[in-house]
Design a protein around this ligand. Structure first.
Ligand SMILES: C[S@@+](CC[C@H](N)C(=O)[O-])C[C@H]1O[C@@H](n2cnc3c(N)ncnc32)[C@H](O)[C@@H]1O
Length: 275
């Protein structure tokens, strides 16, 4: 049994789909081989038998199958559409009840599967550099969650290699970061609106309502249709009516059901909640 055959056996048992792993299979297989060596088990059949005898090992295998690649302003078109069309319209939606009247009411965004912070900090940068000035009646609050404590630690530290910033223009890099040798540290005013938390999207959904949910390159790539549909159903319960859901550029919501969603921008994977 080679690694592909092992994954074909193991991924569906974790609610995951093999197709999503095509581009990252080598990286995942390398981790699995390292784990098998640590355990002293022989090849795919040996690890399969180990998993069957030690159900706790499934948690470790899930961890090995996590893909944490991200970068700032990933998918430029999405960020342009958020700036020019979506967020200005979201700013006209009512604010959640309970918002203090002393401060401008908050627009609430959730980055689900935020990796090392690249996505929520991109949103914070977009707000600070392009939107805040024209929307003075609103503030932006960003909740960013991930299941993986290691990436959350990196996100909170907010220090990045140049390669993570390659899609940002020079102005954005200068406005958003201070240089520390070869690395770049996110500036405090960009970091401040982002709150990080550890949460498994398949088990708990943070209390909404949110005006904007970004769930990109996670639920609709790596998980099978029933699992993705369960996750989406719960996520939509936390999205305000008229709010926006952004998925990855090669993703779409599972087609097994009619969702209260309509495509907001034809060329971009952005949906509006209709009901
Ligand atoms: C490929 S990254 C995507 C990062 C970012 N959303 C983007 O598109 O650039 C996927 C992230 O989802 C996280 N993740 C995987 N399973 C998760 C789960 N069940 N709940 C929450 N986060 C999860 C991983 O730890 C990883 O950081």
């Amino acid at each position: 049994m080679n690694c592909v055959q092992f994954l074909q056996w193991a991924l569906p048992r974790m609610g995951m789909r093999c197709k999503g792993f095509r581009k990252v299979r080598r990286q995942v297989c390398r981790r699995i081989r390292r784990r098998m060596a640590e355990l002293g088990v022989e090849g795919g059949p040996g690890y399969q038998a180990y998993l069957e005898a030690n159900p706790d090992e499934w948690r470790e295998l899930r961890r090995l199958c996590r893909v944490t690649i991200s970068r700032f302003r990933r998918d430029q078109g999405v960020w342009r559409a958020l700036e020019e069309e979506v967020i200005p319209k979201l700013a006209r939606l009512p604010s959640p009840s309970g918002t203090s009247h002393a401060a401008p009411p908050a627009l609430r965004a959730w980055s689900a599967g935020c990796a090392s912070g690249e996505e929520p900090y991109t949103l914070s940068l977009l707000w600070a550099l392009r939107l805040e000035h024209d929307l003075p009646h609103r503030t932006l609050e960003i909740l960013a969650t991930d299941v993986d404590p290691t990436v959350l630690e990196r996100a909170r530290a907010g220090v990045y290699d140049e390669s993570s910033l390659q899609e940002l223009s020079r102005d954005w890099v200068e406005a958003g970061f201070t240089r520390e040798g070869e690395r770049y540290r996110i500036r405090p005013p960009i970091q401040e609106p982002v709150e990080f938390g550890q949460a498994d999207l398949l088990e708990e959904i943070p209390p909404g309502p949110f005006h904007l949910i970004l769930c990109r390159n996670l639920l609709f790539t790596y998980f099978d249709e029933p699992t993705a549909a369960r996750g989406l159903e719960r996520m939509l319960a936390s999205l305000a009516k008229g709010g926006a859901l952004v998925v990855g550029s090669h993703e779409e919501p599972p087609t097994c059901r009619d969702w209260p969603l309509e495509r907001w921008i034809r060329a971009e994977p952005i949906y509006r909640k209709t009901g």
